[in-house]
Design a protein around this ligand. Structure first.
Ligand SMILES: Cc1cc2nc3c(=O)[nH]c(=O)nc-3n(C[C@H](O)[C@H](O)[C@H](O)COP(=O)(O)OP(=O)(O)OC[C@H]3O[C@@H](n4cnc5c(N)ncnc54)[C@H](O)[C@@H]3O)c2cc1C
Length: 388
């Protein structure tokens, strides 16, 4: 086996990195995951995620974790309703029966990000995840690398895999290809105990999702299992919007003032999601990479997930990251390459070809959401899906 007697380091304990750690560990590989969070519970994990049959669910099946998934997914949370700017419903799945059959290739069961992360961590050997390890620097050491962390510790690895997400600090050791601003910034928010703190919007979700569209602006609401309402706005903004606007996105009142102005043609029903102090907000400019990105593969360093190929929001990023994990594991442990570099090259070629399609699809979706007739586009899209 290519990775026998090798020390493998995965940087970043998101869905991509943790899935890969599990898959490699099942084959007896020595693997550590270095994660910047101080511990498993320090950070509230964001939105709910729909896992797709051919990617996210395939990864969990390969990892032997379908039983754990069944215990933690949220039947019914996948049901969507589409509204306009006045919160008037034009399409709804809220009365449909909840998903039961996970073998249906069209099933897109939802799981909250926290429980997904927890079940992946629980599947790993003790101390696989090294918490409080904010990666800062790689230094070549023989055929491998010394990894340096912000807390002053270091670690050696023969092979390093970056899965440190959209703001990766490892990618630059592989390529200097820069990301491109997509034209869109999302403002993500979370209202805790939403049945009390945002009761009307909570009710509107019916335990599922709301996609609200009007003339190029979007709000997505998702009910989470622990009672939070997770949401994000999607609007076209300049690349320096976050800095230039001067808005302190940790200040709820400033975020509400921005919303009232930017969404001035929306009804005040939506103000509720900005009205409780039991909430948080964060602005996230959205990027993608050039479609023709490629680089010369290295023998001891590669990357997966958003670090390699983030796209504008399309509801597929976690699925792509988990599929990367499966395909990299297969290249190392199943495909019989002679060297690690050959395995990495084959994996990266496959991943980049897939990323072209994912980026194109996400960009088209984004363009439609930013268009004047975004509501009609989404209604046609969902009605077409229902006819299949
Ligand atoms: C609001 C929102 C909603 C979304 N909804 C969906 C959805 O419904 N479906 C979907 O498929 N995708 C969705 N996505 C996209 C999805 O979240 C990402 O594509 C996915 O999480 C990428 O997985 P990853 O493992 O590559 O990176 P991440 O999930 O970003 O994980 C990276 C990990 O690395 C750690 N890290 C970062 N820097 C360092 C460092 N220097 N040192 C050590 N550790 C570090 C982070 O703490 C984190 O744990 C959404 C994204 C957002 C923002």
């Amino acid at each position: 086996m290519l990775l026998a007697n090798k020390q493998v380091a995965i940087i970043g304990g998101g869905p991509g990195g943790l899935t890969l750690a599990r898959l490699l560990q099942q084959q007896g590989v020595n693997v550590k995951v270095y994660e910047r969070d101080a511990d498993q519970y320090v950070r509230q994990q964001g939105a709910t995620l729909d896992l797709h049959y051919e990617s996210g669910l395939r990864a969990l099946a390969e990892a032997g974790l379908m039983e754990e998934f069944r215990e933690n997914f949220r039947p019914g949370a996948e049901r969507v309703a589409i509204t306009d700017n006045n919160a008037v419903v034009h399409y709804t799945e809220h009365d449909n029966a909840p998903i039961e059959d996970l073998d249906n290739i069209h099933a897109r069961p939802e799981i909250d990000r926290g429980p997904l992360r927890d079940l992946l961590i629980a599947s790993l050997n003790d101390k696989t995840v090294v918490w409080d390890s904010k990666f800062t620097e790689l230094k070549a050491n023989g055929e491998g690398w010394d990894l340096c962390f912000a807390n002053g510790t270091t670690a050696y690895a023969d092979l390093v895999i970056a899965s440190d997400g959209a703001n990766t600090k490892v990618r630059k050791y592989i390529t200097d290809i820069e990301r491109i601003y997509s034209g869109v910034t999302i403002v993500e928010g979370n209202v805790y105990n939403a049945a009390v703190n945002a009761p009307d919007m909570w009710q509107l979700t019916h335990g599922g999702k709301i996609f609200a569209h009007w003339k190029g602006k979007t709000i997505v609401l998702s009910a989470k299992g622990e009672g939070s309402l997770s949401f994000y706005t999607i609007t076209e903004e300049a690349d320096d919007f976050v800095k230039k606007s001067g808005i302190d996105f940790t200040d709820r009142k400033q975020v509400l003032a921005w919303f009232k102005e930017r969404f001035s043609d929306w009804s005040d029903d939506w103000y509720e999601i900005f009205s409780s102090d039991e909430s948080y907000f964060v602005a996230r400019p959205q990027y993608h990479f050039p479609l023709d990105q490629s680089w010369k593969s290295l023998p001891n360093l590669t990357m997966i997930g958003d670090a390699a190929h983030q796209t504008p929001p399309s509801g597929d990023g976690v699925n792509q990251a988990m599929l990367d994990a499966v395909e990299l594991y297969e290249a190392f442990c199943k495909d019989h390459f002679d060297t690690i570099q050959e395995a990495v090259t084959a994996f990266e070629n496959k991943m980049l070809a897939r990323a072209v399609i994912a980026t194109e699809e996400a960009s088209q979706l984004m363009e439609a959401m930013l268009s004047e007739n975004s509501l009609q586009f989404m209604l046609d899209f969902f009605n077409d899906l229902e006819m299949r």
